[in-house]
Design a protein around this ligand. Structure first.
Ligand code: HDE
Length: 703
């Protein structure tokens, strides 16, 4: 900080530099000069002036000698590292994993030996298609990558919120990713699959049909990271101390239940708050409402694998929960945000090949390809083979090896011996007993570029997913497909997609065709093997069927006006908070409003900045006069109209009725509109909110 030297230029430059500190009572006061650390260069040299570069005279040229300026700009110029090719936009948090019971019978993995054992964890959630600065509510798969710092090395479960993938062989990944990202000539659209290239590739890749059902479903527009499931996708192995292997699939289930938004809402959230998901995680953790997931295992043996309808190595297939029941084995709690986004969330390096002894791979060809890819990508992004020296990537258990040197080496071997075997008695040695024991799976065959015939059924599980959805969710799939395909300029691509949909479900195919204005249905696509229609519906696949039991963790937005009923608002707040939910007040002005009883109601948002799409339910506590004024405001009308159209529960007092009416809503339209004039009804409002949405309204509003 430049101190006053009496020069006019210093005064001009430092006029705003008042370092403020918050006192115990929350008041701000200026920090005393002696308490401020001295600004230095990266070399540690104290800086005398950080406001003016070194010049010949006040208006003369800048001199090369200004090492402070040079270093500062040099460092700034190099602040960016390449963003991830996929999953560029992400948000992470620290936490821990707690083991419920010993799983020693299945795995020797240290993390699963002792009940109650807590293992530090870091999780990064992400979207796949968009760039780092894209919006959160893209229709997209979400990454769900978990790093567990176990006592036998880091274990990364680099999963998604969808249990299947687009492709069966890793060699198709670059094509798939090129196709979904912005088109190379025009460099748009950003973070959207609704364009020709994506649907061209998909319609020529029938193995993607199961995944298409998932990403056209509400799974691809989650309400928040806290309300989505995570999946390891591939079949892995657990290996016990006797070298016996059990196949396993990993599933993370959110304690708060699943929840998604509707598409019209997602589009508006992206405008109102592009950081909706990261803000949600930040707010929850900062307020002490720590999100939690249970790790579930689906365990099965070779005999089951041989008898199952599909190949367990095929990553476009699931094993329905009704067929192999998931067993909860521990919980993941996220309780701390990173101190610095770049250092931790941006630099964290997940790798599928990071597995501790007791966890092993299967031959899933997608997993095998990933095991190659992730190491490569870290070198490109982090720029040095020493990326494990960055604290977020370093193991938290003791580690010893002879790797040395390279860019940014922070830890080199100590002593004379940097090799082994050596006669100096120095350094670590391998341990056949404790070291990673690769499962000795017998392998044989001819070298060939082949796709197994057991991977050939591309439609049956897509159909199973579709028929497992509620009518509301099926409608959303139809609408999503229609929206996406309507953005394709080439009608051939639309028709080709419809020909696949007809193989999945005839009503689905014809509904989409109808909405796209395709009058003559194409023939169903040629299928490698006949699609099956005998797979039973799996209720576990529906979000609506697996929603929460309470409204905890959700948010109610309450619109107030001057003259509002403060007592009613207070009762509402206490009921909402008792439920474990959050209430936020929206007012015509951000400072808040004066209530009828003269008290002051603080607001968090002004009406234009707090649209109802940011909340799970809304309430209107308005005075007659306040409502009258709000009826003239588009933002207020949109607030209620959107809440209604998105099937949200709406609590209101009598004064608010004109605003409802102005937005075209009959206050008696349905059970989702709840009068709060009788405070007893607050309980009814909260109980209704537990259902999250009044889906029966959807047909009436025809979004
Ligand atoms: Fe990834 N993936 N992936 N992926 N993936 C990356 O690694 C790759 C796949 C997933 O928050 C990259 O560090 C290949 C499936 C997540 O940092 C890269 C294939 C699943 C993340 C890469 C796949 C995933 C990534 C880019 C096909 C779900 C973000 C940056 C064989 C099970 C992790 C990076 C984070 C990131 C390669 C397919 C999940 C390029 C080759 C299937 C959650 O290495």
């Amino acid at each position: 900080m430049a101190k006053n030297s009496g020069r006019l230029s210093d005064k001009l430059a430092t006029i705003h530099d008042q370092r403020l500190e918050r006192g115990q009572g929350g008041e701000l006061h200026q920090i005393a000069e002696g308490d401020t650390p001295i600004l230095t260069t990266a070399q540690g040299g104290p800086v005398s002036d950080d406001q003016n570069s070194l010049k010949i005279g006040a208006r003369g040229p800048t001199v090369l000698e200004d090492f402070h300026f040079r270093e500062k700009i040099f460092h700034f110029d190099h602040e960016r590292i390449p963003e991830r090719v996929v999953h560029a936009r992400g948000y992470g948090a620290h936490g821990f994993f707690e083991t419920y019971e010993s799983l020693a019978a299945y795995t020797r993995a240290d993390i699963f030996q002792r009940p109650g054992e807590k293992t530090p964890a870091f999780v990064r959630f992400s979207t796949v298609a968009g760039s780092k600065g894209s919006f959160d509510l893209a229709r997209d798969v979400r990454g769900f990558a978990v790093k567990l710092y176990t006592k036998e090395g880091n274990w990364d479960i680099v999963g998604n919120n969808i249990p299947v993938f687009f492709i069966q062989d890793a060699i198709k990944f670059p094509d798939m990713v090129h196709a979904v990202k912005e088109e190379p000539d025009r460099a748009f659209p950003q973070a959207q699959s609704a364009h020709d290239n994506f649907w061209d590739f998909i319609s020529l890749t029938p193995e993607s049909m199961h995944m298409i059902m998932w990403i056209m479903s509400d799974r691809a527009i989650p309400r928040s990271f806290r309300f989505m499931q995570g999946f390891g996708v591939h079949t892995f192995r657990l290996v016990n101390a006797k070298s016996e292997s059990t196949f396993v699939k990993f599933i993370w289930k959110p304690k708060l239940g699943m929840q998604s938004v509707v598409w019209n809402e997602a589009v508006k959230i992206n405008g109102a708050d592009p950081d909706f998901h990261r803000r949600d995680l930040w707010d929850a953790i900062q307020s002490g409402d720590f999100p939690e997931w249970e790790l579930n295992l689906q365990l099965f043996d070779q005999e089951f694998a041989d008898s199952f309808d599909f190949d367990v190595l095929d990553p476009t297939k699931i094993i329905p929960e009704e067929v192999v029941e998931p067993i909860p084995v521990g919980r993941l709690v996220l309780d701390r945000m990173p101190d610095n986004f770049f250092a931790e969330t941006e630099q964290v390096a997940f790798m599928t090949q990071n597995v501790p002894p007791g966890i092993d791979f299967s031959n899933d060809p997608l997993l095998q390809g990933r095991n190659f890819s992730y190491l490569d990508t870290q070198l490109k992004r982090l720029g040095s083979p020493n990326f494990t020296h960055i604290p977020i990537n370093a193991p938290k258990c003791p580690f010893h090896h002879f790797q040395q040197d390279g860019h940014m080496a922070m830890r080199n071997p100590v002593g004379r011996a940097n090799y082994q075997p050596n006669s100096w008695g120095e350094g670590p040695r391998e341990s056949p007993q404790k070291g990673f024991p690769t499962f000795a799976n017998p392998e044989e065959g001819h070298k060939a570029r082949l796709r197994p015939e057991s991977f050939a059924d591309h439609y049956s599980q897509a159909r199973q997913f579709f028929i497992s959805q509620t009518a509301t969710e099926q409608r959303h799939i139809v609408m999503a497909l229609t929206f996406e395909l309507s953005k394709c300029e080439n009608p051939v691509i639309r028709e080709r997609m419809v020909s696949h949909l007809l193989n999945i479900d005839e009503t689905l195919g014809s509904a989409v065709a109808d909405k796209l204005g395709i009058t003559k249905l194409p023939k169903p696509a040629e299928a490698a093997v006949p699609p099956r229609d005998d797979l039973a519906a799996s209720p576990a696949l529906s979000i609506i069927e697996n929603g929460p039991e309470s409204f905890a963790g959700r948010k109610v937005g309450v619109l107030v006006s001057p003259g509002a009923d403060a007592a009613l608002l207070k009762k509402l707040r206490s009921a909402i908070e008792k439920e474990g939910a959050v209430m936020e007040v929206i007012a015509p002005k951000v400072r808040g409003v004066e209530a009828a009883d003269g008290s002051w109601i603080e607001a968090k948002h002004m009406i234009d900045g707090g649209p109802s799409v940011l909340f799970d339910a809304v309430a209107l506590i308005l005075s007659e006069e306040g409502a009258e004024r709000l009826t003239g405001e588009a933002a207020a009308r949109d607030f209620v109209a959107d809440a209604f159209a998105h099937c949200k529960f709406i609590g209101f007092c009598a004064g608010a009725i004109p605003v409802l009416q102005k937005a075209g809503i009959d206050p008696d339209a349905d059970e989702g509109l709840i009068s709060l004039d009788d405070p007893q009804m607050i309980a009814t409002f909260i109980e209704s909110c537990r259902r999250l949405r009044l889906w029966s309204r959807e047909m009436a509003v025809k979004l």
